[in-house]
Write a protein that binds this ligand. Structure first.
Ligand code: C6P
Length: 406
């Protein structure tokens, strides 16, 4: 039997986030843009400070104690993060961001003329442009899984487009516009049954919001960013099945990714370091592990339940105001909407005057915008520190927006 998830005291959690204490225009900040980047708890900020005060040295290089300590912290962070997504440490590669991790794949998974890449109409530019560009370069074909009226992936369209030429399928777990939670395990089964393609999951919007296990999902690769899950900017992760990573060429060449270099040739390092050329974001990796410890204390089931309650509350209130909402009802804590006759930038600007931070525009999903037949939308997104009072403030703010345009 599924245990009831505990509830979050978001008001208490907010106290752990120094930035959320800020005021703008003499009003308390209401931060509703966590899909863009989350705020950071003190433990994460302290971790960065502590690293530079006590442990700063390059890793894997120094023979001295300080460097050994830095290396130990860095590799322990990898173990922690890998375990959090159900991976082995050697399968967890540090990158700068989710975007860089996907670019690594676009470069290192070698394609040839006539190969096919399948993504979906709801992809963020980070999981769109790299494939579009590599397809152009290699004379491969880029195809798109359709999004249905409700904002869900059309799995028939997925099935219909898989064939022996499909070499890569790359799909987002959660849409940063529609909030849609794609059925990744089901998609993995369809992909693996109907093609020999590798299956990549863009998990930028999911890892910080739900329990993820890469083995249960049967993803071949999974990419995410630390800054969307309480961690610092500048650290991202790529999970990959070891047997696939072993066959791939490195993305970047340089220090630390080698075993031996002669004037004639280079022998590459073992996993995961083969994909980590040059000095890595060491303090950031360690701080991301701290962010994960913080999330684990709350428990991911509880995070998910809090997201759900707040999102359903906001959906109901927004509908009462006549907002046009994009995406399905059951969703992650992301709501994009429009108000008739009002530009999304105007919505965001007027809300900013109330110290309410929301995003407006195309959300780095221009192809999806064209499918929806809009140029942009306002978007609110929630996390563990958001309260029902934050949603109430948003609703009052939107009433003011509507008044301005009456
Ligand atoms: N979406 C948003 O406001 P980076 O920038 O590399 O950390 O993450 C890229 C990325 C990839 N996939 C999805 C589904 C995303 O939502 C994002 C980032 C932010 O929606 C910034 S545009």
């Amino acid at each position: 039997m599924r245990q009831e998830a505990r509830t979050i005291n978001a008001q208490e959690i907010k106290k752990d986030f120094p930035l959320l204490q800020r005021k703008f225009y003499d009003k308390q900040l209401v931060y509703l843009d966590s899909a863009s980047t989350t705020q950071k708890p003190s433990v994460v900020i302290e971790s960065l400070k502590e690293f530079y005060e006590k442990y700063n040295a390059n890793v894997h290089r120094g023979i001295y104690k300080l460097s050994e300590e830095a290396t130990q912290l860095y590799e322990s962070a990898r173990e922690k993060i890998a375990k959090f997504v159900g991976a082995r440490p050697e399968e967890l590669i540090f990158a700068k961001s989710c975007t860089e991790a996907i670019n690594l794949l676009a470069y290192s998974l070698e394609l040839k003329e006539g190969d096919e890449i399948l993504i979906s109409e709801m992809e963020h530019h980070s999981n769109f442009v790299p494939w579009q560009q590599i397809a152009k370069e290699k004379k491969a074909k880029l195809r798109f899984v359709k999004v249905d009226e409700e904002g869900k992936l059309d799995l028939e369209s997925l099935k219909a487009q898989l064939n022996e030429k499909t070499k890569i399928v790359s799909i987002t777990h959660v849409s940063n516009v529609l909030g849609t939670i794609n059925p990744i395990k089901e998609i993995a089964d369809i992909v693996h049954k109907n093609s020999s393609a590798v299956f990549i999951v863009d998990a930028a919007q999911s890892v910080g919001h739900m329990k993820i296990n890469v083995k249960d999902l049967d993803a071949d690769f999974l990419a995410f960013s630390g800054h969307k899950m309480l961690g610092p900017v500048g650290i991202g992760c790529l999970y990959g099945k070891a047997e696939l990573l072993q066959k791939m060429k490195p993305f970047l060449y340089g220090g630390d990714m080698i075993k031996e270099v002669t004037f004639e040739k280079t022998e590459f390092n073992d996993l995961p370091w083969k994909f980590e050329a040059g000095t890595q974001p060491i303090a950031e990796a360690i701080a991301l592990a701290k962010a994960i410890e913080y999330l684990e204390q709350i428990e991911m089931d509880t995070v998910e339940e809090h997201d759900r309650i707040l999102t359903q509350y906001a959906l109901e209130k927004l509908r009462e105001l006549g907002a046009k909402i994009y995406g399905p009802n059951e969703r992650a804590p992301v709501i994009s909407f429009n108000l008739e006759g009002i530009h999304s930038h105007d919505i965001a600007t007027i809300l900013d005057g109330e110290a309410i931070a929301v995003r407006g525009g195309h959300h780095c999903c221009m192809p999806l915008m064209s499918v929806l037949g809009i140029s942009g939308a306002a978007r609110v997104s929630f996390y563990i520190y958001n309260t029902k009072e934050d949603v109430d403030a948003l609703i009052e703010g939107i009433k003011k927006v509507k008044k301005v345009f009456e």
